[in-house]
Design a protein around this ligand. Structure first.
Ligand code: PLP
Ligand code: COI
Length: 363
């Protein structure tokens, strides 16, 4: 193994990197979340010592004591972001500073140490540069998963004194199988995702663990994703298991649930709001009830609806199912506003559309 020191990171090149011809075969159809690159970044934190042992090395399993705190109390947070190969061969990331900031906010909510934002960015960029050959061409991207967990061996219930921050990378194609044009959603009327004062606005693993029974229900009804309603009244649309949601009305205005503290402040959501306003749409961040959604779909007032997030990008919502019956939005196959916003967003991300707000960070 070849070991070097760059800035504060120790770099160990993997001796078992996947050969180029095999990598090319794997990259032809990466799917989502099942293929991984050769390296990973790790940084450790110890109370009293701070962040230390900055390293990039071969991707390998962790050795954890059975009493490792995260295995018991789920003190864990993560991020999701992408690196793109542009037409000129260069590499770009989309608003990575926002992921760094949200990671810090999630850490605060979960009583974890805050990784300095510039260190988060340095770690992510180091992995992207090291594993740059894994960035798929065409519509694909390199999905990056920075995460941090409580690594202390201790069963007392209090914030841990030791943590591991890690970044792994996964070449990705479409999140929904076959790159579906429009997805079908299941509205969960029993299970909620987050309540006021809870962790809904943090990107912590526990939120996803709590969502899985509802996602399982969605799958059993032939749906792609679950939609959660608010925990207090079981009335207001909040978000999907892993995406924010938007509604496009017949007058061109667009509605999205407000950041009430119980939904994830999506970076795609924030970008779509800006892009839609720049296109002349009125965008209202206001509560929208499930009953109104059904009524507006039936009357034709609601023309389109879409989900958005790093993994899902912008995906039209075709049909909505629930215990009280199903309904379809528009012709069930998306619409022109959704398509135009998707084209704007992906064009900026891939450097083919002007980027007036400087969202793209070239590596
Ligand atoms: N909501 C949830 C629950 C998510 O998991 C995600 C994905 O990260 C989003 C929304 C969208 O967030 P972003 O656009 O920052 O990826
Ligand atoms: C992301 O979009 O990055 C997420 O974390 C959501 C998940 C559905 C993969």
């Amino acid at each position: 193994m070849d070991v070097q020191q760059t800035s504060r990171f120790t770099v160990t090149r993997s001796g078992k990197a996947v050969p180029a011809d095999q990598r090319a075969v794997l990259l032809a159809d990466p799917g989502f979340g099942k293929l991984f690159t050769d390296h990973m970044v790790t940084i450790r934190y110890t109370e009293g010592q701070g962040w230390h042992s900055h390293a990039i090395g071969p991707r390998e399993p962790f050795q954890l004591d059975p009493a490792c705190a995260v295995l018991h109390y789920a003190q864990e947070i993560f991020e999701g972001m992408k690196a793109y190969r542009l037409e000129d061969g260069s590499i770009a990331m989309f608003r990575p500073e926002e992921n760094a900031r949200r990671f810090a906010e999630s850490a605060e909510r979960m009583a974890m140490p805050v990784l300095p934002e510039e260190l988060f960015l340095e770690a992510v960029e180091l992995l992207v540069k090291t594993d740059a050959d894994w960035i798929p061409g065409g519509e694909g991207s390199l999905y990056l998963r920075p995460f941090m967990f409580a690594s202390e061996t201790f069963l007392g219930v209090r914030p841990a004194n030791e943590y591991i921050f890690c970044v792994i990378a996964s070449p990705a194609g479409a999140y929904f199988k076959g790159g579906k044009k429009a997805v079908t959603l299941w509205v969960s009327e029993h299970f909620t995702r987050a309540a006021r004062g809870g962790t809904g606005a943090a990107k912590c693993g526990g939120n996803y663990a709590a969502s899985l029974v509802a996602q399982k229900e969605a799958i059993s009804h032939g749906c792609d994703q679950v939609v959660f309603l608010d925990a207090a009244e079981n009335k207001w649309v909040e978000e999907l298991g892993g995406m924010n949601v938007f509604f496009v009305m017949d007058d061109g205005s667009i509605v999205t649930p407000p950041l009430s503290g119980t939904i994830l402040p999506g970076i795609t959501r924030n970008s779509i709001i800006s892009l839609a306003r720049a296109k002349g749409h009125e965008v209202r961040e206001e509560p929208y009830s499930f009953a109104q959604w059904r009524a507006d779909a039936a009357s034709g007032k609601l023309r389109e609806a879409f989900a958005c997030g790093t993994a899902a990008v912008v995906t039209a919502i075709g049909t909505v199912k629930s215990v009280n019956g199903d309904f379809t939005i528009g012709n069930g196959d998306g619409g022109i506003v959704t398509e135009a916003l998707r084209a704007d967003l992906t064009g900026i991300q891939r450097g083919t559309v002007a980027d007036p707000a400087n969202w793209v960070r070239k590596l």
